[in-house]
Design a protein around this ligand. Structure first.
Ligand SMILES: *Cc1c(COP(=O)(O)O)cnc(C)c1O
Length: 378
């Protein structure tokens, strides 16, 4: 039985394993934080931000951002309807109301006009997602946010290394959040990072992530109830190695996308990830949107690919369609108006995008995908 072609997976070299082994042996006692410091410094440099905080996940980075902004019950926070639930769940953690807005049909990210239309006097923030490595129209979003004095938080979990008009993903808004989950472009197994240029927000987040201990506290004098959000030195060591190899990781992601682009060129019934002139897309997940004329459901297509030994993922279901949100007032409203999110999501899948791929395997995936689609619809 040949092995299934996996949908995602990391690229680990001797650099990662040697740093992790060194951390396991040596990052204790007075040196317990050296890998955190080196990782955060390297990452700050890579993204071009003043402050960076290593964390156990991107979810915790988003939670801390909202908490540090003082967002709570009665406040509304806007998110795109099509994203992983981790973009939105922290809004519930702080007791605020989640407002789901539609996506742009090209970038698949938050639509600027839908964002503006959803703003009320209770809107206290928006979490903007760089979906699958692509970038939204940041200029339009920033202008609207500035006009309404609404802080933007960037969920760059899927976009480390992407750029918009020369600016790195994660550097937009008051705070940027990254994920180093094992499926992501850069990994520490599990992990995340909060970056910001705002010292006050950073210091508040530092305080909250350490059980509400004031800076420099050595006598366990907690002044508020906070959280415990840290990664281990072994994870930080892996993150340092991956950051040192970030350019190489992005180059390979773009090469994998290019193999798909070439193999599927001429197929007008398959649309892949968008990259306008002023964007560099780091293509976390190669994503295919198939023409409605095929009349095939994405889950059915995934099942057929699986028979060919190919793993895939569904395009994120609209959050407002999930049982977790379906019966909320905002969920019901979103289902009526977010037509692009519902349309794109219904006919999109993520194709194998892991670092273990080679060009021949990508060719096999494309042949299977095309033959399955050719058997369906018109
Ligand atoms: C993976 C992901 C997250 C969550 O990352 P964790 O590190 O698992 O918390 C958040 N947002 C998006 C868009 C993601 O893809």
């Amino acid at each position: 039985m040949p092995q299934t072609i996996p949908v995602a997976g990391p690229w680990i070299t001797d650099l990662e394993t040697s740093y992790v082994a060194d951390a396991a042996a040596n990052a204790w006692y007075g040196d317990h934080a050296i890998y955190h410091q080196r990782f955060e410094a390297a990452f700050r440099e890579a993204i071009g931000m003043e402050y960076a905080m290593s964390l156990p996940s991107c979810t915790s980075a988003l939670h801390l951002s909202l908490a540090a902004l003082g967002i709570g019950p009665g406040d509304e926070v806007i998110v795109p309807d099509a994203t992983w639930i981790a973009s939105a769940a922290p809004i519930s953690y702080v007791g605020a109301t989640t407002v789901f807005v539609d996506i742009d049909p090209l970038t698949w990210c938050m639509d600027a006009r839908a964002f503006e239309a959803a703003i009320t006097e209770r809107t206290k923030a928006a979490i903007v997602v760089d979906l699958y490595g692509g970038m939204p129209d940041w200029q339009a979003l920033e202008e609207i946010a500035a006009a309404h004095k609404i802080p933007l938080i960037e969920d760059a979990a899927e976009a480390v290394g992407s750029r918009y008009k020369g600016r790195m993903a994660g550097s937009f808004g008051v705070a940027g959040a990254f994920s180093f989950h094992g499926s992501k472009t850069m990994t520490t197994g599990e992990g995340g990072m909060l970056v910001t240029g705002n010292r006050k927000l950073f210091e508040r987040a530092q305080f909250l992530r350490d059980h509400g201990r004031p800076a420099g506290d050595r006598f366990f004098q907690n002044t508020e109830v906070g959280y415990k959000y840290k990664m281990s030195a072994m994870q930080a060591a892996m993150g340092l190695a991956q950051t040192e190899r970030l350019d190489e990781l992005i180059r390979r992601k773009r090469e994998i996308f290019d193999w798909y682009r070439q193999a599927l060129s001429g197929r007008e019934d398959i649309v892949l990830n968008f990259e306008p002139d002023d964007v560099l897309n780091s293509y976390w997940m190669v994503t295919a949107i198939f023409d409605p004329s095929h009349g095939i459901d994405k889950l059915e297509l995934m099942g057929r690919l699986s028979e060919h030994g190919i793993d895939s993922r569904p395009f994120f279901h609209p959050l407002s369609s999930l049982e977790a949100y379906r019966d909320t007032e905002q969920g019901k409203r979103a289902r009526r108006i977010n037509s692009t999110a519902y349309d794109i999501s219904a006919r999109g899948i993520n194709l194998p995008s892991g670092f273990s791929l080679d060009e021949e395997t990508v060719g096999r995936v494309c042949k299977s995908l095309c033959s399955i689609l050719d058997e369906t619809g018109s």
